[in-house]
Design a protein around this ligand. Structure first.
Ligand code: AHR
Length: 498
């Protein structure tokens, strides 16, 4: 199997916004309680945060983390989660039908994100609540002082404002499962009025308007067109969400699903541009892909959860090797659209459909998907280049002309490095990739990292057995600007040049 690629440093798609490597923590399952926060764990700090988890989050260099939901935010009272612990109410959490103790809330989460080197993407409740609760929360978190809510924050021990810059106007409001689900008209009106009030409190914030929950929604993409016709001038982003699964155990088709994601991005970008044209606007709408991942392994287990328990193990997908390959392709899809996708959140970060898992009182460990996410986040900063690619192709159940080679190229001018990310989708054959990199005169191969598993697609990791992990013994050699690499069958590759 042979493929070719030409890479030129002047063929730039766009600078990469590092926020495409964001993630998400929802008050759901064991994400917060027993994941991020476990006060009686031997490795927790004085605030109750697990240090081993923080260390893994830092390894991922996560730049921004969405919070507190998700479906949960649509019935959340942010006031429940601030102030003296003993006064915080226990509530029925309706989205996931558990008990929310509110031991962790806005201030604790801000502390935690700072400690892991990330910023917060805060979501407001546009399900059961609206303009008033949202503008009060912005006043609480972002106003310096001298008013009711800013002084309340100071009274709660936070003298300085948190200056949270990025805000989601609700969550998946197109979904009938959402508490306070709305029609596109209803949401568009509420979102624009909420946006205006929030911006009056703090003009420096950036806002995300809810797009569709997935490409299968019957209202997609009319939802985007209608809601944006209201919100366009007041927001900076529209959101996209998408999860995939290999339910029919058809790996060739499964690995092609990033083509569906690519199509989703193009459709939303076109819909935004249609509204831009209708409005005679000069403003380009950016895309926030603020929930994406593989999610299906835990679906059956979740039907058996006892309602009204505290932090039960919900959405605990155990990821396998093929999931890591698709996650790699999804990350490359963002790089290919770096001109429009400026934020994205791997959903989620700890225990709940997550790259990081924990055991109560025990270790934290890395799922298979941890690795492509880490590689992209750490090595995928700079500008995204547009390679010219020639690859053999295949047809699968739902896709035609799927290139066996999936690739993206990042040039980091500051560090003088080039990184080629590549998946070989062929399940049985290694691929020889010839890359013409003559515009990067004098560059040499620094390392070729490979996540391969001898095509054992279903292998997964656990707390005490890491079957799937990368090595850096990949075969790549560079001679006078011509790079030749071997991409093993079914593999994720990171070829780093300098
Ligand atoms: O990430 C899990 C859930 O998926 C989120 O709560 C919701 O927004 C989406 O449907």
């Amino acid at each position: 199997l042979q493929a070719k690629m030409i890479v030129d440093k002047s063929f730039v798609i766009s600078p990469i916004d590092k926020r495409i490597y964001g993630s998400f923590i929802e008050h759901l399952g064991r994400a917060v309680y027993g994941g991020v926060y476990e006060p009686d764990h031997p490795d927790s700090d004085e605030k109750g945060f697990r240090k081993d988890v923080m260390q893994l989050v830092r390894e991922l260099q996560v730049p921004i983390i969405r919070y507190p939901g998700g479906n949960m935010v649509s019935a959340y009272n942010w006031e429940d989660g601030v102030g003296p612990l003993e006064e915080r109410p226990r509530r029925l959490e309706l989205a996931w039908r558990t008990i929310e103790t509110n031991e962790v809330g806005t201030n604790e989460f801000v502390d935690w994100t700072r400690a892991v080197g990330a910023e917060v993407m805060m979501a407001v409740n546009l399900g059961t609540r609206g303009i008033d609760a949202a503008r009060n929360l912005v006043e609480y978190t972002n106003h310096p002082g001298g008013t009711y809510y800013s002084d309340l924050r100071r009274k709660h021990g936070y003298e300085q404002p948190h200056k949270i810059k990025t805000w989601c106007l609700g969550n998946e409001m197109d979904g009938p499962w959402q508490i306070g689900h709305k029609t596109a008209e209803e949401y568009g009106r509420l979102a624009v009025e909420t946006a205006k009030a929030m911006r009056l409190v703090d003009p420096d914030i950036q806002l995300v308007s809810c797009g569709s929950s997935n490409t299968g929604m019957p209202t997609f993409p009319e939802w985007e067109a209608t809601t944006l016709s209201h919100t366009y001038d007041e927001v900076d982003f529209v959101s996209l969400h998408q999860y995939y699964g290999n339910r029919d155990n058809d790996p060739a088709n499964y690995l092609a699903l990033s083509l569906d994601m690519d199509h989703f991005i193009k459709t939303v970008a076109s819909t935004c541009d249609y509204i831009k044209a209708k409005k005679r606007s000069k403003k380009t709408m950016y895309l926030s892909f603020d929930e994406w991942n593989v999610w299906y392994h835990s679906n059956d287990a979740d039907t058996k959860i006892e309602p009204w328990s505290i932090a039960p193990p919900q959405l605990e997908d155990q990821y396998n090797f093929e999931d890591a390959l698709l996650v790699g392709s999804m990350l490359m899809t963002f790089l290919k659209h770096a001109d429009r996708v400026k934020m994205a959140c791997l959903a989620q970060l700890v225990n709940v459909i997550a790259p990081i898992m924990t055991e109560k009182g025990g270790p934290a460990w890395k799922q298979t998907i941890f690795y492509p996410y880490m590689h992209a986040s750490v090595y995928g900063r700079g500008v995204s280049l547009q390679p010219v690619v020639s690859s053999p192709k295949y047809d699968s159940k739902d896709f035609t002309d799927v290139p066996y080679l999936d690739s993206a190229v990042v040039y980091n001018e500051e560090e003088d490095t080039v990184t080629i990310f590549a998946v070989n989708r062929h399940l049985n054959e290694d691929m020889v990739l010839d890359s013409d990199l003559r515009s990067f005169d004098g560059y040499a191969v620094r390392e070729h990292i490979v996540l391969e598993n001898n095509a054992e697609l279903k292998a997964s990791n656990s707390a005490h057995n890491e079957q799937v992990k990368p090595h850096n013994q990949g075969q790549s050699k560079m001679d006078s600007g011509m790079l030749q690499s071997v991409l093993p069958k079914a593999s994720w590759n990171v070829i780093r040049l300098y």
